[in-house]
Design a protein around this ligand. Structure first.
Ligand code: CP3
Length: 365
């Protein structure tokens, strides 16, 4: 039996009763019985919260990710406000890439923008391997958060090689991923070298978070849905597998998420996930049929539904809870991130409703 850095949680033995490893969220990821269906929201820490907008008004995005006291405060905000079952570290998928020496910024309203996009083997070599010292602010923030959060689990995360490569090759967000695919089809050797390096950076970044005490990790391959299953298997799966399988012995559940991935759900599970994230296009029972009964599922509520009148939201929550019962483990979440225009009170009500509708009385077993 090993203990984590806080000395309180056995990672590979029986979890401390009531501790984060025994929380409804981690139990659902591990397909164990839960007292209620756990719920958290992708992008729960962000612009939907006035207290977030206040902090960020005077601090640029990347700088806020590098200040442990701000990371801690922003990560805790949605836990305090909504009573969600898990916190997710406040950071961004490009943080480790910037730490690896790539000159980039996160532009408000646009997203990540890269000064010199990656086009050649020499460009790939410019992406340095990273160690804990390169992201010491993340290490510090996670350690602080684990103490502050107590029994609430903290989710660490990183971007998957394909989604990171898309930003690096395009130089910024892209609708078609045309330059990325041109490189992938036109120079497979360079493509694989780029993704292999990104997988190394991602794996190292996730290991820092796990050693600092996160209870689970999520690998975001947000844009993988741009690919056919055949191309996904050939050009992406080996690299995402290198990351997720590289964490098989780390003792924390691994979640793998993308958007528009109806055709890829099975393959994304094969990459080495314990939980597969599902967008709003595929009902959870259908998704489970594709993923297999040995993995939990997470997601499916369309973020836009939260902008609709409450009866619409309630009907959707009920539908997703019902269809989620087809899976061996269910984590309630959105199909993608919270939209900035979302009324935070609706999120709070959704948490309460999920808990109320799913709570299992002791006599129900
Ligand atoms: O979920 C959370 O609460 C944790 C925080 C988080 C952020 N980025 C903070 C952020 C997470 C998990 C991410 C991951 C991320 N970043 C992804 C994968 C998830 C997804 O949404 O698909 C991607 C593709 C990125 C890249 C990125 N960074 C985009 C597309 C944007 C939005 C640009 C914009 O302004 O609309 C960012 C910036 C960003 N990352 C913000 C936040 C809260 C907004 C910055 C701001 O407040 O100005």
């Amino acid at each position: 039996m090993t203990t984590d850095t806080t000395g309180t949680v056995a990672r590979d033995g029986d979890p401390r009763p009531g501790g984060p490893a025994d929380s409804p969220f981690i139990r659902a990821c591990r397909r164990r019985p839960v007292p209620h269906t756990p719920v958290w929201f992708m992008r729960q820490a962000g612009r939907s919260l006035p207290e977030y907008r206040e902090i960020r008004a005077s601090v640029p995005m990347l700088e806020s990710c590098r200040r442990p006291e701000l990371v801690t405060e922003i990560t805790l905000q949605p836990v305090r406000r909504h009573g969600v079952d898990a916190a997710i570290l406040f950071s961004d998928i490009v943080v480790p890439v910037a730490a690896a020496g790539v000159d980039l910024d996160i532009v408000p309203g646009t997203g990540p923008v890269v000064a010199e996009p990656i086009r050649t083997a020499a460009d790939v070599e410019r992406i340095r391997r990273i160690s804990r010292d390169d992201v010491s602010y993340v290490d510090e923030a996670v350690r602080q958060l684990v103490v502050e959060l107590g029994d609430t689990p903290l989710i660490g995360f990183a971007g998957a090689p394909f989604t990171l490569a898309s930003y690096l090759v395009e130089g910024g967000p892209s609708r078609t991923h045309a330059k990325t695919k041109a490189l992938m089809y036109g120079d497979p050797e360079l493509w694989h070298a780029l993704c292999a390096r990104l997988a190394e950076v991602t794996l190292a970044f996730l290991r820092v978070q796990i050693e600092a005490g996160v209870s689970a990790v999520q690998l975001f391959d947000s844009w993988a849905g741009a690919l056919s299953e055949a191309d996904y298997r050939r050009f992406v799966l080996p690299h995402s597998t290198a990351v997720l399988s590289g964490l098989a012995d780390a003792g924390v559940p691994r979640i793998h998420f993308g958007v528009g991935t109806a055709e890829l759900l099975g393959a994304m599970g094969e990459a080495g996930a314990d939980v597969v994230g599902v967008d709003w296009r595929t009902p959870l029972d259908v998704a489970t049929g594709r993923i297999g009964a040995d993995k939990a599922v997470q997601g499916n509520l369309d973020p836009c539904v939260l902008l609709a009148p409450w009866p619409v939201v309630e009907a959707e929550v009920r539908r997703i809870l019902k269809q989620g019962r087809a899976a061996p483990g269910h984590v309630f979440n959105l199909g993608h991130g919270v939209l900035p225009e979302t009324d935070p009170d609706v999120l709070t009500r959704v948490v309460a409703l999920v808990h109320e509708l799913s709570s299992r009385r002791a006599d129900q077993g």
